[in-house]
Design a protein around this ligand. Structure first.
Ligand SMILES: N[C@@H](CCC(=O)N[C@@H](CS)C(=O)NCC(=O)O)C(=O)O
Length: 222
């Protein structure tokens, strides 16, 4: 069994890379990473489109399984290989587990929009200050909503789970657009997940990020 992951450095496929490290090669088999360059012609024309309907990462090929959507992959891997990271049907934490898994993409899609506007767009295309301001406000709200629901530990009282992999990944990019200074619980949570040995191993595989050219992207003047 080979775990073949379509990947972009620190893209949403990081969630799968991190989860791979949490579960381990002994269970999931050797890892093969197919690196893509985001937005490239090579990526659009690669065999990624066979697995991912929108030709996006992550996509996983594993022993006949072909699966895209990071939430589906995380949920499937937890259910199938890592019961301790899952909250199965009937578990008291199941509703919250599902809410966090799906909310992670509500939050990540706002980051993606800001990435497009502030990092990808090149002159003569112009980012829209109005759209950026609105999107930053919506992202800030999504962070405030997280802050309001966090206690001292992981997202669910029962401990670390796939939901933390989904949400924890978002905290890599959010600080480029929203200052976390006024969100102490989110900062503590970020530190907690980043302390995990598996998270560190995934980061070591990735190396220093090459996407953002500055530490913070303020809303441009209208
Ligand atoms: N909801 C999907 C989103 C996947 C997604 O948008 N991935 C981005 C990278 S993080 C991508 O592949 N973008 C390529 C593109 O937009 O062309 C998931 O969670 O897997």
């Amino acid at each position: 069994m080979t775990f073949r992951l379509h990947h972009v450095q620190y893209g949403r496929s990081f969630r799968v890379l991190w989860l791979y490290e949490e579960i381990g090669e002994a269970v999931l088999g050797p890892l093969e990473i197919v690196e893509h360059r985001i937005g490239s012609k090579e990526m659009r024309e690669s065999d990624l489109g066979r697995v991912s309907p929108a030709v996006r990462i992550p996509a996983l090929e594993m022993d006949g399984l072909e699966l895209a959507e990071s939430g589906a992959i995380v949920q499937h891997l937890c259910e199938t290989f890592a019961p301790a990271l899952d909250r199965p049907v009937g578990h008291a934490e199941r509703p919250a587990f599902l809410q966090w898994i799906h909310f992670a993409e509500t939050q990540a899609s706002l980051v993606e929009n800001l990435n497009l506007q502030m990092v990808f767009l090149r002159p003569p295309a112009k980012p829209s200050p109005v759209v950026i301001k609105l999107t930053v406000a919506r992202l800030r709200q999504a962070v405030a909503g997280m802050e309001a629901r966090l206690d001292a530990g992981y997202l669910l009282p029962g401990g670390f789970s796939g939901a933390d992999v989904m949400m924890g990944f978002n905290l890599f990019a959010i600080p480029y657009f929203v200052d976390l200074a006024s969100f102490p619980k989110v900062r503590a949570y970020k530190a907690l997940v980043e302390k995990r040995a598996a998270h560190r191993r995934a980061c070591a595989r990735e190396g220093a990020q090459r996407f953002y050219a500055q530490d913070f992207y303020p809303v441009p003047e209208a």
